[in-house]
Design a protein. Structure first.
Length: 392
């Protein structure tokens, strides 16, 4: 692989990918490029040791991270970058690309860009979504995220945006001071689940939660306020639907108590929090069998949960914001945060006939296969890495 383009990826927790956006992205990127002699990946993995291993043909290097609370992510990125620089120098790698996922290390980004340049390489950054807008962060932390983003947008050689709306934001916010940008989205599977309708896994899961095929509206995502759980639950409770409203999420007790006090959802037997599902085949089957998927995300770029829903669920009801419209276009139906918008939409689609739903499903799957399949995304990244300029 001496003639290959060496790509160092920093910022995911590592591969094999557990359920998470960046982890799945790196897992799929290396999977679809496995055996590709033109690219050699080096992937940082958060760990309790500093060992190395191979996965999908990628050299994976563990980075031991101390137990220092919320500062772990910043410490991890810096330590991983230092290891990249050390490895590139020791092995005299020509024209390496160091690709940093997310904007956590702005204050030191300029330093690492300089070090990578000294070694003949380039530093690329994926700015992710608007991390500084997330309600879970305190005001000082949000201020840091915004400051860090501004520094990383300026102190890199290329910004790879997974959303055209994020790319527009970068241009508007930072103008000519920002690095060149390009668009390369996140991806999704285009196949069906390997599980049959009578597979014990799905049958037992339905039995445990009192559910059945086409009998539920589904929500999958992080349990945070900006995903608009309160609005979706409140609106569903106002609807006339006899189906259930199923939420697959890692519940936070504090936020759950807040939702209960504001909505009284526990009095409605249709609202069902069912925990997390880490079995990807089972989760895909649950999506496929849902009557409809509800998506309330409004912060960030291209959302993995939305792509997975469009590739699996026929009917998708999305919050009408630029990020979601950009992805789904005319393959989904949209609702606003105005009182009654979602509940009226639910009442309408609850009476849809199977052929209407199947028609929407065909549009959604076509949208994914044409612009968001993992093969399409892997091909786009290969073109970027091999060209090594990345500019539009």
């Amino acid at each position: 692989m001496s003639d290959a383009q060496h790509v160092f990826i920093v910022g995911s927790k590592g591969i094999p990918g557990k359920y998470g956006g960046y982890e799945t992205f790196v897992d799929k990127l290396t999977e679809y490029h496995e055996g590709n002699q033109a690219i050699q990946y080096h992937v940082a993995c958060k760990s309790t040791d500093n060992s190395e291993f191979e996965y999908h043909g990628a050299r994976c290097f563990n980075v031991k991270v101390p137990e220092i609370g919320s500062a772990q992510a910043i410490w991890y990125d810096i330590a991983a970058l230092a290891r990249c620089v050390q490895y590139i120098k020791a092995h005299q790698i020509k024209h390496p690309i160091v690709y940093v996922l997310a904007c956590r290390i702005g204050p030191v980004c300029g330093y690492f860009q300089k070090r990578v340049h000294q070694l003949g390489g380039m530093l690329w950054v994926n700015p992710d979504g608007h991390e500084w807008m997330r309600a879970k962060w305190s005001a000082p932390v949000r201020k840091y995220w915004k400051f860090s983003e501004s520094l990383m947008a300026k102190n890199c050689d290329l910004l790879i945006c997974d959303s055209k709306n994020i790319e527009k934001y970068i241009h508007k916010e930072y103008g000519a001071k920002a690095a060149p940008t390009t668009f390369a989205a996140y991806g999704a599977e285009t196949r069906r689940s390997e599980l049959a309708d009578d597979d014990a896994k799905i049958v037992d899961w339905y039995k445990e939660h009192g559910l059945g095929k086409d009998g539920y509206y589904l929500v999958v995502g992080r349990f945070v306020p900006e995903n608009n759980y309160e609005i979706m639950m409140r609106e569903f409770m106002k609807s006339d639907s006899k189906r259930d409203f199923v939420l697959i999420t890692n519940v936070s007790d504090k936020f759950l108590r807040e939702l209960e006090s504001r909505t009284g959802f526990s009095a409605d037997p249709r609202i069902k929090f069912v925990g997390t599902v880490y079995d990807q085949e089972l989760l895909m089957k649950i999506r496929e069998n849902a009557y409809a998927y509800c998506h309330g995300h409004e912060v960030g770029g291209t959302n993995p949960s939305l792509l997975e829903a469009l590739s699996s669920t026929d009917l998708n009801l999305l919050l009408d914001v630029g990020f979601n419209r950009e992805v789904a276009e005319d393959s989904a139906l949209y609702w606003s945060k105005c009182d009654g918008s979602l509940s009226e939409l639910i009442n309408l689609v609850d009476k849809m006939n199977p052929s209407e739903r199947a028609g929407m499903g065909s549009l959604a799957k076509k949208r994914i296969s044409e612009a968001y399949s993992w093969q399409y995304i892997a091909d786009a990244y290969e073109a970027l890495f091999i060209s090594s300029d990345g500019e539009d």
